[in-house]
Design a protein around this ligand. Structure first.
Ligand SMILES: [Mg+2]
Length: 342
């Protein structure tokens, strides 16, 4: 193992585990209520769980969770790519979710063989307590405010609300109600590119009084985001506009973002994401690790990475196993607003 100079192991240099058995199986995630995607709402989704077993019977788990119109591949391609790797060791090209499953499972098994949590293996003495933001929704401002109050009462220090699906006065009323309900806790919003650039600037000027932590994707596309960010009183985070390391480099060059949302499940797992995180951090931008609404096997891998990177403020968006009724593994749910990793 090499060392990056701050005591942190280089992720790719860990000794590979002694894999004796490989199991690749599909499983279905189901959601309590439909989640919105670029293809409309969905209430279930197939993922692939990779289980590696070593000579001592220890297991490492990984998950490939493609999402139509977000990841470049669908579940069939991810599954095929994992099979190819199992057959001849070829690392997937063009299937970041398969790569996430493979690297996630290898790292999990390596850590279990070492008798240490993944985050501690990657970054000795890193904290295994990962505070997470709570995503809240509601039909009316009152419903939304109650959901936000409940999240804060449950220990969450950050609440996230989606905006831009309603006319601005409605969003203003919703967010004002949430701010009143959560006192001085953090409030972040996500417009998913739903505002035109000129509109976004006006809206953010109005919303700044609500002391927002950040806004994700206030407009669509890196150029538009750079325009909005130039005058935004609220820090701008990019998410779906930056799906690859090349997108992230372009965003940095254009000045599109103050922060970058990283979804290890979509980027290619812990090793690839750590590389992207390095580029982001070196450019002086903040990062937020989040899920792609995958199952708990993938969420767990992302949470260990966030812990190892020390990317805990802003709080990762990893409380999403609460949205599932059928999961890919043991549910990783927040306790007092944080995931507790072992
Ligand atoms: Mg987002």
């Amino acid at each position: 193992m090499t060392d990056s100079g701050d005591g942190r192991a280089e992720l790719g240099d860990l000794d590979p585990p002694d894999v004796r058995r490989i199991k690749i199986e599909r499983t279905e995630l189901t959601y309590q209520s439909p989640i919105s995607t670029a293809h409309g709402p969905i209430d279930h989704r197939e993922v692939v769980v990779l289980t590696l077993t070593d000579g001592e019977g220890r297991i490492g788990l990984g998950e490939a969770a493609p999402l139509a119109n977000f990841t470049p591949e669908l579940v069939n391609e991810a599954e095929l790519a994992i099979h190819r790797w199992a057959d001849d060791g070829t690392l997937p090209v063009g299937s970041p979710t398969a790569r996430a499953a493979i690297d996630g499972a290898l790292l999990d098994l390596t850590a279990r063989a070492a008798g240490r949590p993944v985050h501690d293996l990657l970054a000795p003495d890193s904290s295994g307590i990962v505070p997470v933001s709570a995503f809240v929704s509601g039909d009316t401002p009152d419903d939304l405010a109650s959901a936000a109050a409940e999240a804060v009462a449950g220990g969450h220090g950050t609440v996230k609300v989606k905006v831009a699906a309603s006319p601005f006065p409605t969003d203003l009323a919703r967010l004002t109600a949430v701010r009143e309900a959560i006192g001085d806790k953090r409030l972040r919003i996500d417009a998913n590119g739903g505002w035109a650039p000129g509109e976004a600037s006006e809206h953010l000027a109005r919303l700044a009084a609500l002391d927002l932590e950040l806004v994700e994707e206030p407009a669509a596309g890196l150029e538009a985001l750079a325009t909005v960010r130039a005058t935004s009183p609220v820090p701008v985070a990019i998410d779906e506009s930056a799906r690859t390391i090349d997108d992230v480099r372009r965003a940095i060059a254009l000045g599109s973002a103050d922060l970058v949302v990283l979804k290890p499940s979509a980027l290619g797992g812990p090793l690839v994401t750590a590389e992207v995180a390095r580029v982001v951090t070196e450019a002086g931008l903040g990062l937020v690790v989040t899920s792609l609404l995958e199952g708990s096997v993938g969420i767990r891998s992302a949470a260990h990475l966030a812990a190892a990177l020390g990317a805990l403020d802003p709080a990762p968006g990893l409380a999403t196993a609460t949205l599932l009724t059928a999961d890919s593994g043991p549910p990783l749910l927040p306790t007092k607003g944080a995931l507790v990793l072992d």
